[in-house]
Structures are given as structure tokens and as C-alpha cells.
Design a protein around this ligand. Structure first.
Ligand code: UDP
Length: 321
């Protein structure tokens, strides 16, 4: 199919682009390179540098790509920043998304696949989290993603634009050539691996007094290649709706650090710090719906495999792209 990938130069987008090219799709990447990296874009994909805020440029790119489906990875993702600069998140993740939706309608795109987040659920009463659990974001980032989910439903009703929403739990790991290289890194696994590489002295543990067995937060880590494979399934005729994507297994911050010590064979000193604002104690996905309805099957489900692939990538790209 002819597909346009907004945000295809970012971490998850670039891995998806690689997999979509492998699957034989005709891929155009549209990315502002504000956060993405040109070098992350697979050489088989066409690249257009542009900003979704620029409606004319977006429409033009969709027309030139003759896009039948759009993947919307582009977005700001830092929870902490969203609580100090909410406007940046609502503008980028919602307003720019509206421009993309309008451009899709104008150019006859049939389907949009949207990168959402576990953060739409806020602090769930129980785990594993199913798709219909209450949506009560506790940060502006999660709210911005939830707002766009709501918009998608209106555009489906009014314009007949099909959509698939994927709510990622904790994306991690790398493919052989593409990995996580954020300009400002806030995520746990890359920060631990920077310590293993000798680029940082220690890894902070944000909060050791949560109501969890070892007092640290529990998350469900999912391999970036498994996220990519779900997106390919979303292209199938008749697939629509919202899906949670995780492995259904939770690991505490301390368990993740221990796995990184084992995989890297390096000493990883930690620094216990206060809680980070807006962190739910425990987020674990039920991906039953994706497994049964899409036939999705994670190929790299173990934390050890996830960390091992991330470690290989960080060793071969110590300064990112
Ligand atoms: N975390 C940590 N130290 C870090 C980065 C993250 O203790 O340097 C914790 C964070 O508080 C959360 C978990 O690790 O409980 C996962 O955080 P991350 O930012 O990777 O993903 P999130 O779950 O916030 O999307």
C-alpha cells in the first residue's frame, strides 16, 4: 500500500518504517526533524521534511504519496514537560493532529493509525488494563493523546475516516539498526544503559515508597519491533478500534536495573530520589484484544531480550544517530 508516516524519523516511527519497507509497502516519511533524525529514516522510504502545523505542506505530501493510509507517530512525549508547558503538548499533539485529519479528508485517505499511550488511563484501580477501563489522565501529555482519540471518533462518524488507536505501554528495545535516541532522554532503560556505557555516573530511581513489592514503580515493557508488527496488522481491511499493547507482565524499576546489570555485565550505581510527579505505581496492559482480534503475537516478549537489543544498539550508537 501507499502509506505516509508522520513522525517516521522518531524512535518508534523509524522502526515501523523499516518494517513497512520490508513488508513491501510504498512509504513516505513526513517529519519536521524537531525530535526525529534524518539518518533514522530507512533509505527505501521517501522523505519529506515538513511540519503538521503547515496544512498545505501536509496535504501536498499526502497527494504526492497517493497515501491510502496514514500513521501518526509524530508527537511530544515528555510527561514532566507537559506539566510545565501544557500548551506545547495541546498544540502539537492536538491542534497539529487536526490539520493532519483535515488533510486526510481533503486527499481521500481511508485509514489513520494513531500512536496513543497507557497514560490515557491515569491511575487505574486494577491491572491488567483493558481497553474499556476509565480514561482519567493525570498529566497533560495523556490528556492530549486522549483528546485526539476523541477527535478520531468524531471524524469517523462524520467523514467515515477509519481509525486504529494503539495505546503503547513502555516501548523499549531496538532493531539491528534503529534504536532510541531522544535529544533529552527521560526513559528508564536508555538512562540505565547510559550508566553502563560510562556516560552517566548513576541511574536515578524516582520513588522507593510506592505500594509495590520493592517500593518502585511497575511497568509493562514492550519491544519496539512488536509495536511495529501490530501496526502492519492495522492495515488489514476491516480492522478498526482501540488496542492496548504490552506484554501483560510488570517489572519494577529495580528489576529493570537488575536485568540491565545482568545483560551488560556492568556495575550500575543507583541514586534513590523522590517520586516523579504524575507516575502511576503500576501499569500493566491486557493485550488480549490485539491478540485475539488482530492475531498479534509479540516476538520478543522477555525483558532480557528487550534490554539486550537496546544494549547492542546503544553500544554501536553511543552518541545516537
Ligand atoms: N524512572 C526512574 N528513573 C529514570 C527514568 C524513569 O526511576 O531515570 C522510572 C519512572 O519514574 C517510572 C518508570 O521508571 O516509574 C518508567 O519510566 P519511563 O519514563 O521510562 O516511562 P513512563 O512509564 O513514564 O512512560
Amino acid at each position: 500500500m501507499n502509506i505516509l508516516v508522520a513522525g517516521g524519523a522518531g524512535y518508534i516511527g523509524s522502526v515501523f518504517v523499516e518494517e513497512a519497507c520490508n513488508a513491501g509497502h510504498n512509504v513516505t516519511v513526513f517529519d519536521s526533524l524537531v525530535e526525529g533524525h534524518r539518518a533514522a529514516v530507512n533509505e527505501r522510504a521517501r522523505f519529506v521534511q515538513g511540519d503538521l502545523a503547515d496544512r498545505a505542506a501536509t496535504s501536498q505530501a499526502l497527494k504526492e504519496a497517493q497515501a491510502e493510509a496514514v500513521f501518526y507517530f509524530a508527537g511530544f512525549i515528555m510527561v514532566g514537560e507537559s506539566m510545565t508547558e501544557p500548551g506545547k503538548y495541546f498544540r502539537n499533539n492536538v491542534s497539529n493532529g487536526i490539520e493532519l485529519l483535515e488533510a486526510c479528508i481533503e486527499t481521500g485517505v481511508k485509514k489513520i493509525v494513531f500512536s496513543s499511550t497507557a497514560a490515557v488511563f491515569g491511575m487505574p484501580d486494577r491491572v491488567p488494563i483493558e481497553e474499556d477501563f476509565p480514561k482519567q489522565p493525570v498529566n497533560a501529555y495523556g490528556e492530549s493523546k486522549l483528546m485526539f482519540e476523541t477527535l478520531l471518533e468524531w471524524y469517523r462518524k462524520i467523514h467515515g475516516l477509519n481509525y486504529v488507536v494503539f495505546r503503547y505501554f513502555n516501548a523499549a528495545g531496538a532493531s539491528a539498526s534503529r534504536g532510541e535516541a531522544h535529544r533529552i532522554e527521560t526513559h528508564l532503560i536508555p538512562n540505565i544503559l547510559k550508566v553502563a556505557l560510562g556516560q552517566k555516573e548513576n541511574c536515578a530511581i524516582f520513588g522507593t515508597d510506592y505500594d509495590t513489592p520493592d517500593g518502585t514503580c511497575i511497568r509493562d515493557y514492550i519491544h519496539v519491533l512488536d509495536l511495529a508488527s501490530s501496526h502492519l496488522l492495522a492495515l488489514k481491511e476491516g480492522v478498526s478500534g482501540s488496542f492496548n499493547l504490552g506484554n501483560g507482565e510488570g517489572y519494577s524499576v529495580r528489576e529493570v536495573i537488575d536485568t540491565c546489570r545482568k545483560v551488560t555485565g556492568r556495575d550500575i550505581p543507583v541514586l534513590e530520589e523522590p517520586r516523579r510527579a504524575g507516575d502511576p505505581p503500576r501499569l500493566i496492559a491486557s493485550s488480549r484484544k490485539a491478540i485475539t482480534e488482530l492475531g498479534w503475537k509479540p516476538a520478543h516478549p522477555t525483558l532480557e531480550e528487550i534490554v539486550t537489543t537496546a544494549w547492542h544498539w546503544h553500544q554501536s550508537h553511543p552518541d545516537g544517530y
